[in-house]
Design a protein around this ligand. Structure first.
Ligand SMILES: [Zn+2]
Ligand SMILES: [Zn+2]
Length: 726
């Protein structure tokens, strides 16, 4: 008999498990990887075998389908036979945090892997970041340069060993090594580079440390003020790696779900509510949460073993706006004081994932290392690619009813980011065996920097290029995420290119994969000077004040007269995020924006503390929500900043939910969605959720795809494929 298994079954200790079960049952036969599945041949008891396979599945494996078909077996005993290439499309394993067994082994004196920072096994370690091609064998990973030594070979061949048939098995004798460079790129001699690096961190150095899929800029918390000056990053929050859960609780107050996320083998950065620890003001100035994560690579565990401190700043090492660095020479351009590097090549760059919890939902601010490629089932035939919008880019590939997303790519302003996007989509297509495409989905905006790449990709693959409106793509991604095919969706973000050429972002859309209708939206107001108004929230307040007939703030008479002239000439925005920016600025919470989203993010703790006690109501007329009049009510209102901000935001949301609920009841739709970058704000999510549920409808928000623009490519791919094939 043959058992054909599909799922995540390569690079996860699956064949060794098969071997162990088969030999314990005394079966004859073999197991083999090929490109798209694993085939197991047994001479009898296939049903019993499959039952045990389900029970004893290794932690990183996942079975999507198991099929038993006829087939003879002529083997004596049971064998693992060499991989064959075959068809593509096998589950691609994710990187997975170092397991407890390996950690114990690495930290126990006397063993041959004592303090060896590449100690991993079938249950843990780098996967996606080191895979060049499938099937998953050592020769197709960046471990191909490190032939096994006899001792590792013996372990590899030993069915009773933890590393039986483990493809990336290695030890200090045969595997990769860490080394140190000083600020000029000269080697520093040290017996234990990781211990040396730890000591320098405690002495206040700013260092770069290479991990599985990239490099981190590191320093101690005490050095953070210097890092901020050196990196010219005054306000933007940094992610902090902490020793253990005890250290997590020193800086954050995680709930049960957040603790699960922190401990999960994906090991994302988790945004958790801050404690009153004074360090938090340095880590995430003006915000209510702090981004924490636990060590996941072998080196990071070893680093904390040597460190006395319980936390290190760890942020992706890159020149602002550029992808994370990969090569030593590029790392040296960062001008750090110390470099902890290793001699294994990074094949797939992967930034850390960043998540936030909302109830049991996971909001991905970045879906990347550890969570990639994790496919999602979609009910669409054929194959397609989505290339995203302009910011927070990620690519998506659909093949045979499954959608795979690339790692986080970056903002499309740099040509190197677009190259990275192109290469990452290409890599995913190669792994999945997607040569031909039915469709390539692209944003409506004619000037986005990924458009040319998308056109060329469509041409070379014989695919149709399909333009998809930004917020429709958001709604489509939410439908994929939640398994729906129709939704009335609040899509709230800063800016997306509208079908009328204006900047949209406070939208209620009634969407399917075939079409969408703009049910309601915020009243537009001018973005004075376009992008300049996005960078300077005072211009947003100025425009709203001018429209509302209020005194004109901030600017000299001369500047004000210039801005007044721009009132009728500027593009208008309906962006909810822009209105939040304006409120944050108007209430003097954040008047200077130093990073994307800052004013609205700093408004969030105020919204959270406030309550709906100040009377305000937004008018909804012919599908347009009266933003300007509501702003006038805000100006006239009395009370704390917290309550005024909260009441204003709730009033705006209520009008949008009313419009959505009216449309839903008229059309018989039961699901009201919320997505877009604004929906990372959990106070806003809670408000919309209760408003939707009060109206007897079901509230839907993201869980597997990002709320922000990282999901755009997924929505584009689905809409484009639906248009051309389904
Ligand atoms: Zn392990
Ligand atoms: Zn070895």
């Amino acid at each position: 008999m043959r058992i054909v298994v599909r799922g995540v079954v390569q690079g996860v200790g699956f064949r060794p498990t098969v071997y162990r079960i088969a030999t314990s049952m005394g079966l004859n036969g073999w197991v083999q990887n090929n490109g798209s599945n694993v085939i197991i041949a047994v001479d009898r008891d296939a049903d019993e075998f499959v039952k045990r396979l389900h029970e004893e599945l290794p932690p990183l494996a996942r079975l999507d389908s198991v099929e038993i078909v006829e087939g003879d077996v002529h083997d004596e005993g049971f064998h693992i036979v060499p991989s064959s290439v075959g068809q593509r499309g096998v589950g691609i394993p994710n990187d997975s945090a170092m397991c407890d067994d390996c950690r114990r082994e690495m930290l126990t004196p006397g063993g041959r892997r004592y303090h060896y920072p590449f100690t991993n096994c079938t249950n843990c370690g780098a996967r996606f970041t080191i895979i060049e091609d499938l099937p998953y064998d050592r020769g197709k990973t960046s471990m191909h340069e490190f032939p096994m030594c006899p001792e590792c070979r013996a372990e590899y061949d030993d069915p009773s060993a933890r590393r039986f048939h483990h493809q990336t098995i290695c030890c200090p004798r045969c595997g990769p090594h860490y080394y140190l460079l000083d600020e000029e790129g000269k080697r520093i001699a040290a017996d234990d580079p990781v211990a040396y690096f730890a000591k320098q961190m405690e002495r206040g150095a700013i260092g770069v440390a290479k991990s599985w899929g990239g490099m981190h800029l590191c320093c101690s918390l005490a050095t953070l003020p210097r890092l901020r000056r050196w990196y010219r990053r005054e306000q933007k929050p940094f992610a902090v790696m902490v020793r253990d859960m005890e250290a997590v609780r020193r800086y954050g107050r995680p709930d049960e779900h957040e603790e699960e996320l922190l401990r999960s083998p994906h090991r994302p950065v988790v945004l958790v509510p801050r404690t009153g620890d004074p360090m938090n003001d340095l880590i995430s100035p003006g915000l209510g949460n702090v981004g924490l994560f636990l060590p996941y690579t072998e080196m990071q565990h070893l680093l904390f073993h040597h460190l006395k401190e319980d936390a290190l700043v760890m942020t992706s090492a890159n020149t602002p706006g550029e992808p994370m660095v990969l090569r030593d020479s590029d790392a040296l351009d960062l001008k750090a004081e110390l470099y902890l590097l290793h001699d294994r090549e990074i094949l797939n760059r992967c930034d850390d994932s960043v998540v936030r919890s909302f109830g049991r939902n996971t909001f991905f601010l970045r879906k990347s290392r550890g969570h990639i490629p994790s496919p999602i089932d979609v009910g669409l035939k054929g194959s397609a690619v989505g290339v995203g919008a302009q910011e927070n880019l990620a690519g998506a590939v659909i093949k045979d009813g499954r959608m795979y997303t690339t790692q986080y790519i970056g903002d499309g302003d740099s040509p190197r980011v677009i190259d990275f996007l192109d290469a990452s989509i290409g890599h995913l297509r190669r792994l999945l065996g997607v040569d031909e495409l039915d469709a390539v989905g692209v944003d409506l905006h004619p000037g986005y920097t990924n458009r040319r790449m998308a056109k060329e990709m469509a041409q070379s693959a014989g695919a149709e290029l399909v333009e998809v409106q930004h917020h429709w793509a958001h709604a489509a991604a939410l439908m994929l995420d939640a398994g729906l095919d129709e939704i009335v969706c609040l899509t709230l973000d800063g800016t997306g290119y509208g079908a009328d050429g204006q900047a949209w972002g406070g939208e209620v859309l009634h969407a399917t994969f075939d079409d969408y209708e703009r049910v309601a939206h915020l009243e537009g107001f001018p973005l004075l000077g376009g992008e300049m108004a996005v960078r300077d929230p005072r211009r947003l307040v100025f425009a709203l004040s001018a429209r509302a007939g209020l005194p004109l703030p901030y600017f000299s008479e001369r500047d004000a007269s210039v801005l007044i002239k721009l009132m009728d000439r500027s593009v208008t925005t309906t962006g909810f995020g822009r209105v939040l920016d304006a409120v944050s600025c108007y209430l003097d919470i954040c008047q200077v924006r130093t990073y994307d989203g800052e004013p609205a993010m700093k408004l969030e703790p105020y919204l959270e503390r406030g309550s709906r006690t100040v009377p305000m109501k937004a008018e909804l007329r012919s599908g347009i929500v009266g933003t300007v009049d509501l702003f006038r009510q805000l100006a006239d209102s009395k009370g704390s900043k917290e309550d005024r901000a909260h009441s204003f935001t709730a009033a705006l949301l209520e009008a949008l939910v009313d419009a959505a609920a009216d449309d839903a009841s008229a059309s018989g739709v039961k699901d009201i969605g919320l997505t877009g970058g604004v929906s990372y704000n959990t106070t806003i999510c809670s408000l919309v959720k209760s408003m939707v549920e009060e109206r007897g409808l079901r509230f839907v928000c993201p869980d597997r795809l990002p709320n922000g623009d990282g999901c755009i490519s997924s929505g584009q791919a689905a809409v484009a494929l639906k248009k051309t094939r389904n």
